[in-house]
Design a protein around this ligand. Sequence first.
Ligand code: SF4
Length: 301
Amino acid sequence: MDLSEKILKLKKEKKAVILAHNYQRSEIQEIADYVGDSIELSRKAAQEKDAEMIVFSAVDFMAESAAILNPNKKVLLPCLGARCPMAQMLTVDEIKRAKTKYPNAPVVLYVNTLASCKAHCDVCCTSANAVEVINSLDAETILFGPDKNLAEYVSEKTGKTLIPIPENGFCPTHLLFQPEDVTVLKMEHLDATVMVHPECSTEMRKVADYVGSTSKMCRFAKESNAQTFIVGTEEGILHRLRKENPEKKFYLAYEEAICPNMKLTTLDRLYTSLKEEKNVVKVPEVVAKKARASLERMFEV
Ligand code: SF4
């Protein structure tokens, strides 16, 4: 029995469900019950009534959200070191300082934040629903963190003023994409459609035919008549795109765009974590209660 088979057997015995982010290694995506972006997985985590345990193959803030939404389930993060650097860029103090400066502005936080920060916002959003969340608010000036690029994109789409907190939060992986690389690839693939994630820079968004979250990119690729795509998001998405569209061609806009934190989850680590039920993610209830309210407000939108 190979490691994947052992995990699947153990998963059944322990009534566990495995959720994997689109940026996970292909072999992790293959054994997962659900593969998706943070909103798809947050929903799945909230809907998994029968599972006793959730193995969240992703990074810290996503597993924290699953623990917040499922206080009665054991949530495991196969590698505790899998942390999102962007989520670490925002602190509670930073939010408090911004609130003092803009007392009437609501605070909207991207789910890529730690639970302690989510407990200090009015509503959360993901890259898939950020525009809808901002449009749902009866305010023209909004504090938004931690991704400055997503803030700029949403501001363009909604016409509202988004004040970034911190001033310059970013995803180090998405900032690796450069428009020059797209130009070179376009010379090789003349008919290619360019789709990029809103965490990319403004310059990358300008050369894109489509801007969207990973779930939106998957839908767009399926529904589009285009046969060739240049993709501006983390490498792991290619597995899902190719699997769902075997007749189409996908090229990463920059081959080194790999999030090292997402790749920390390996089959070995997942197996050990599930077998020993270790790396349980816990959020203190006093924090979880407030953070849950911010996540639930997002689901309402
Ligand atoms: S891809 Fe960027 S935002 Fe996503 S986990 Fe990695 S560093 Fe964080």
